[in-house]
Design a protein around this ligand. Structure first.
Ligand SMILES: Nc1ncnc2c1ncn2[C@@H]1O[C@H](COP(=O)(O)OP(=O)(O)OP(=O)(O)O)[C@@H](O)[C@H]1O
Ligand SMILES: [Mg+2]
Length: 308
């Protein structure tokens, strides 16, 4: 089956600033595709190009069968888009918002109301809730913003940091909905700052300063960028430099209140690292071997790019 999305050498320049640089990738139908990167990495700019809202300076992208540069109107009608600032009408109720967006897609009234009722039920919202959207709690507003992006049953939906600023419970709930959507065949393109969420994606693209520097499954990214063994060290006054100087240590990165120490495959183990730390003056150091996370991948990739 042909991919739902194909991007080839996309560039976006704002004046002499390049926000997106030579970005190419494909997304398969029904895939959950994660797009990660720090603030300003170019995630939203890429999404706006792929939704037909922004013309690329160079390159080509076909989304849901339409060319974003030559036929952006067809792209806009074919895709779902949940923007970083959920664009709801705060004075309208949940049902009225859906009705409005459905009307904008020229869905006839009867199927529009049926679809709205079905979508609201799917995400645990009530069609008869009279509260204006602006007065709903964050998690409900977020789910409402999601279903407004789905009212026209698009084959692909773009979610730009959909879980930013909502509590962990709402985030978990939201990801359950995303997985259900993908299971039903909707392709999900999602950006996030939360590395634990990226683990739910089939594949993850990493953006650094406008470039797509890595793209693979979460486990593939870990194998490539965090090879060897990783240890988490805790304790006060951890001696970063002494650890980094060990022959089997490849990298030492601050992680929360402690350190993540990446070592060669033949490293001696957690006990040896704790001993080195203690001898170099650390207060009650402890070490344990951990499975690398995408956060480790991200730090490794960003570090490599900075050193280049
Ligand atoms: N219309 C514009 N004019 C000029 N610069 C822009 C414009 N839109 C975005 N930029 C710049 O392009 C870069 C990428 O922005 P973008 O919004 O794509 O980043 P992002 O990865 O979505 O970041 P965030 O995580 O903060 O949402 C930023 O430096 C931003 O200031
Ligand atoms: Mg953004």
């Amino acid at each position: 089956m042909s991919p739902i999305l194909e991007a080839r050498a996309l560039y976006k320049r704002f004046g002499d600033f390049t926000a997106v640089r030579d970005v190419s990738f494909e997304v398969a139908r029904g895939e959950i595709f994660g797009y990660l990167g720090a603030n300003g990495a170019g995630k939203s700019t890429t999404i706006r190009i792929l939704c037909g809202l922004l013309t690329p300076s160079e390159g080509r992208a076909i989304v849901a069968g339409h060319d974003v540069a030559t036929d952006p109107e067809s792209v806009r009608l074919s895709v779902g888009y949940m923007s970083q600032k959920f664009s709801l009408y705060p004075d309208l109720t949940a049902a009225e918002n859906l009705d409005f967006f459905g009307g904008a897609y020229r869905i006839p009234r009867k199927p529009r109301l049926a679809r709205a009722r079905e979508l609201l039920a799917e995400v645990g919202l009530r069609a008869d809730d009279r509260r204006p959207a602006g007065a709903l709690p964050g998690g409900m507003r977020q789910r409402l913003a999601l279903v407004t992006a789905l009212i026209h049953a698009p084959p692909i939906v773009f979610l730009d940091e959909p879980t930013a600023g909502v509590d962990p419970e709402a985030r978990r709930n939201f990801w359950r909905i995303i997985r259900t959507l993908a299971g039903e065949g909707t392709t999900v393109f999602v950006t996030t700052h939360y590395m634990d969420e990226a683990e739910y994606c089939a594949r993850v693209g990493l953006m650094v300063d406008g470039s797509l520097v890595a793209l693979d499954t979460p486990s593939g990214l870990k194998r490539e960028f965090v090879p060897g063994r990783t240890f988490a060290l805790r304790g006060r006054r951890l001696p970063e430099a002494a650890l980094a100087a060990l022959p089997y240590v490849r990298a030492v990165e601050p992680f929360g209140a402690g350190l993540h120490v990446r070592c060669a495959d033949d490293a001696p183990g957690a006990e040896a690292l704790a001993r080195v730390a203690r001898e170099a003056g650390a207060d009650q150091p402890s070490a344990e071997e951990i499975a690398p996370t995408l956060e480790d991948v991200f730090l490794a990739v960003a570090g490599r790019k900075a050193a280049a």
